[in-house]
Design a protein around this ligand. Sequence first.
Ligand SMILES: Nc1ncnc2c1ncn2[C@@H]1O[C@H](COP(=O)(O)OP(=O)(O)OP(=O)(O)O)[C@@H](O)[C@H]1O
Ligand SMILES: [Mg+2]
Length: 351
Amino acid sequence: MLDDQYRLEVLGLPADLPPVAAAAFRSRLTRGTRELFDETGLSEISLVVRREGAPPQAQEHALDLDQRMSYFRVVPPAHDFSRLVLPPDTLEELHRAVDAVRLRHLVFDTWGLRAVEPHPRTAIGLHGPPGTGKTMIAQALAAHLGKPLLPARTSQLESKYHGEGGKYLTALFEAAKRADAVLFVDEAESLLSRRFESVGQGAEHAVNTLRSELVQHLDRHEGVVVFATNLVRSYDPAISSRLHHVLVPAPDRAAREAIWAAHLSTGLPLAEDVSPAALAETGDVVGRDIKRAVIGAAVAVARRGDGVVRHADLADALARLLAQRPPAGDQVTEEERAVVAEGLRARRNGG
Ligand SMILES: Nc1ncnc2c1ncn2[C@@H]1O[C@H](COP(=O)(O)OP(=O)(O)OP(=O)(O)O)[C@@H](O)[C@H]1O
Ligand SMILES: [Mg+2]
């Protein structure tokens, strides 16, 4: 179940898939599907995924650079800064970071500062709670620079075969270079974090190798690279020192009001009584909650066959969403950690 409203059925999983792998798969799918529901207002989504032309995994090592590059696709940025609400400090930090990356050859090579700093900061690390706009920022930065975006997830860089991961990393950076794209690595924590705990020696070695290759790519790559994570404290120091860290905080009351206003100014038919200021009084709410509440309210109104969204529709949608949240302090237990580690180990060992 996604929640009260939606039901997720996954058909055709292989019977011998370890339960932890099936659970991890389901949880990723749930996250993506929920966003799709939220963004489209659809009541049913059928997803058929087929592997097209990809070789069986046993031949993975035989892929050449172009074939590996074809796993990564550039996309036009879906957002610009116009609807993004950020504290002035964060915005200023972002622009400073982009300029530092853009201008580093002038500053470090032409002006010789590489003599004092052989490893200038070459990438941007966005960190902050979920749903605060990190993915949106990566898009907006690309739009601002007039470049396409090349999104990648750490899981795309992992390989079933130790040592193969580095080849995907090379392909990723090469694809970004050829397309002159902003490279965006989302959910970066597993790639950047200090240690890969309890996954077994071989896998740990593979991840460490991947990480040092990443450092080399970062030092050589000339374009803008953006990492996003919810867990910045886990970053490896060698990587961390190469990033311009930018905190993307949860919005305060004024920011919530602006985010409500931005999401309501899209052409929705609004009743007179709709007040972003009043909606913003409800705290512990991030941008993603606001987006979901606005879409939820709009869909409810449309289903009712009503022509206008009232304040109560928005307040109700927000209340419903907050009521559905898992209880606060819902920490991952040691047992759950062990289950995840076991799943990773099984996956890496070809299980
Ligand atoms: N600061 C913001 N300003 C305007 N809209 C926002 C902001 N933050 C979030 N939103 C809304 O929430 C949606 C989700 O935000 P986004 O995906 O960028 O969050 P995120 O920080 O990348 O989350 P996660 O850590 O889960 O990946 C956006 O598409 C937008 O509609
Ligand atoms: Mg994101």
